[in-house]
Every structure is written in C-alpha cells, then in structure tokens.
Design a binder for this molecule. Structure first.
Ligand SMILES: Cc1ncc(COP(=O)(O)O)c(C=O)c1O
Length: 376
C-alpha cells in the first residue's frame, strides 16, 4: 500500500449490517441510512453506493452540500436533508430534488413561493419536537402549522418525523416513552388534518436495534449501518438477541523512523513521557490532523507485528511516537493498525472512544476526509 495512512472499508460488513437492520424491521420499512458526516467517516460517495447495492431505498444527509455531492455522483435515490437548510439554499431543494424537514411557517412560505416561481412542488416532512428541543415544531403548535402549510400551493406534506433524545439509554426509558407518546398524538392529529398517506419516521440506530416500537414506515439508522452500537447498553441488549453488527472500518498506517533511546529519556512535546527502560521508539505518520485524537496521548496503543505498541507522549499534528520494544523485528514501512485487527489483537473504535473520553460517533466522523479509503 503506497500510502502513509489509509482506511479500509469492508463492503460485505456494511451489507451485513443493512441485512441485520432489514431483518429487524421487515421488508416494508424504508431504510434511509444517515450518510451525513462523510458517511460517519466511511466516505460519502463510495459508501452510499455500497448501501444502495445493499438495498436501501432512501438516503439521509445533513446538508444540501452533501446532497449535491451525492447527486453529482449520479445517484437518484430520494434524499432527505435532516440538518438545517438556510433560506439561501432553498433553490437547491428544487434543483436537486430533495426532501427537507420543515417546522416554521415563514420558511414554508418562502419555499412555496420559490416552488411557484419554478412551477415545482417541494416534498416536506413536518418535524415534530417531542422533547429533543433541537429542530422541530412543538406538539402544541404542530396542528396549526400543518393547517397553514396545507394552504400553500407548492408544498406537499409527505412525511412526519421526530427525533429521540435518549433512545440509547434503554435502562431509563421514561423520557423516550414520553416522546413516543407525544409523537403518536401528533401523528393521530396530523393524519386527520392532512388527509393523505404519510411517511412516518422517528427511529435511529438505538430504537431500530431494540425494536422499541414499530411506529412508522421509514427509519434513519446511522452508526449501526457502519457496524457500531449507540452505547454499551444497546450493544448488550442487541447482542443478547443474537444480532451482531460488524464494524466496517480499519485505520492503518506504516512505521516511520525507528530509534533506540536510553532509559529516562523524555519523549515528545511537553516532555510528558519518560522512558523507564532502554526503548525502541518508532514514529508513525499519523496525528490529530488525521483524526487520531490528541486525548489518546500517553493512553492508546497501536498494533505492530500483532503486538501492542503504546503511544509515547503527546500525539502531534502529523506524527505519533510509539514504543515498539516488545514488538519483535520491526522495520520502517511495516503496517501499523490504529483501528482494526492485526493477528489476534483488535483495537475497536469503542476502545479509542474510551481512551479519548468520547463516543464512537466522534472517533469515526473525525477521521480526516482526505485520507485514502479502500473498499474491499
Ligand atoms: C435526525 C437524525 N436522525 C437519525 C440520526 C442517526 O442516529 P444514529 O447514528 O444514532 O443511528 C441522527 C444522528 O445524529 C439524526 O440527527
């Protein structure tokens, strides 16, 4: 591999994860996987193509910019923009044939006016805020909003959606259940007001995996598509049901310079590590710029020759120093695993998240977008 650092992605594992999600939800549920944030670090376009080969019907992106990239790759699947769309971007909704969330009448009017001037109709999904208190219209204002939107000529209410705040905490289900109840009330009210069939969606990975309520006919799974669980409790309960996701991504680099340094040598910026023995140190050409979090300094290890090589001192922007004293014969150019398996050792995304005091979502989405990605 003639690269300093790269990411390998298994097509079969992504396909397996989609199959698992499909089995849980049945054949009639539309899967609209989240490919936002560079497909959770897996590479927007290539991953989207794998997902389409795996049978997903829709795509969820964060922004019109991501949608533009998907369309430019010749992909014509329905796209739902689940993030904020600014007024200056509304033309793109029509240009690119996108669906978007709406929770505000002034905004809806602008969209309709634009549609009128173009002789086009926008498909929108009403986003109900049932308790996340991020995007969306509060339940108590949702019926009025729907009635106002129905008066607008160039907008069609195609769907209803909400988003859960803590569906990844199945041991404390009260708030989730409250949100679900509110959503059910909204659906009941709005169906009567709108009067035609609607696409209804609320589930992301946690509630998809735990099948916590089969409400709706579309799901928006993100992290699970890529083989990771949204938290340890969801992981435990999902695995107990014998549904095992497969992490799709490995992050690799090569050994750079190797050098023997004496006992009691200080290593790296800030001199935060002191060797406790004569040490064979090596550099790897990966740093926090690549998404190898600086909080991993003095905590993480990588794999060299199937053995653990601890990170020594602070992670630099483009370089990390590792201890290869116990890794046997190592030469410059040898493969190093930062995430993934080497012989019998594995470093998981969750392990890195634990070391860096964050979540698996942040580890994968921060992987530098311009790193070469290989789909195997
Ligand atoms: C609106 C919306 N739906 C679905 C998802 C997917 O969540 P997950 O990755 O936990 O499946 C997200 C993730 O941030 C989201 O913001």
């Amino acid at each position: 591999m003639n690269h300093l650092a790269w990411i390998e992605i298994s097509k079969a594992k992504i396909a397996h994860n989609i199959k698992t999600i499909r089995e849980i939800n049945g054949p009639n549920t539309i899967i609209s996987p989240c490919v936002k944030a560079n497909a959770y670090g897996h590479g927007l376009i290539e991953t989207t193509k794998i997902l389409i080969e795996s049978g997903v019907e829709w795509l969820s992106v964060n922004s019109t910019e991501e949608a533009q990239r998907v369309r430019s790759a010749g992909i014509n699947h329905p796209i739902l923009v689940i993030g904020f769309v600014a007024e200056y971007e509304l033309e793109k909704i029509f240009d690119l044939n996108l669906r978007l969330f709406i929770s505000n009448i002034n905004y809806a009017k602008k969209l309709s006016d634009l549609g009128k001037s173009r002789n086009q109709t926008a498909n929108i999904h009403l986003k109900i805020d049932t308790g996340m208190h991020r995007h969306g219209v509060l339940l108590e204002h949702s019926s009025n909003l729907a009635k106002e939107i129905l008066k607008l000529p160039n907008i069609k209410i195609e769907g209803l959606a909400t988003h859960f705040a803590n569906s990844d905490d199945p041991l404390n289900p009260a708030y989730f259940n409250r949100q679900l109840e509110k959503f059910k009330i909204a659906i009941n009210n709005l169906k009567k007001i709108i009067g035609h069939d609607l696409i209804i969606h609320c589930h992301k990975s946690a509630s998809v995996l735990l099948s916590r309520d089969n409400i709706g006919n579309l799901i928006r799974p993100g992290i699970s598509v890529y083989g990771y669980y949204p938290g340890p409790d969801v992981a435990k309960l999902t695995k107990e049901k014998n549904m095992i996701l497969q992490p799709a991504l490995e992050f690799k680099t090569i050994v750079g310079q190797i050098k023997n340094i004496p006992e009691n040598s200080l290593v790296g910026y800030g001199c935060t590590y002191k060797t406790t023995r004569p040490t064979t140190a090596a550099t790897i050409p990966v740093g926090y710029y690549d998404g190898y979090d600086r909080k991993l300094s003095n905590k993480a290890y990588v794999l060299v020759n199937g053995k653990k090589a601890p990170v020594l001192g602070r992670i630099c922007m483009n370089v990390t120093i590792i201890d290869i004293t116990d890794c046997g014969h190592v030469k410059s150019g040898d493969e190093v695993v930062l995430i993934g398996q080497q012989q019998s050792e594995i470093i998981t995304v969750e392990q890195l998240a634990d070391w860096a005091n964050t979540i698996n979502y942040e580890i994968v989405t921060r992987l530098r977008e311009s790193l070469p990605r290989f789909y195997i």
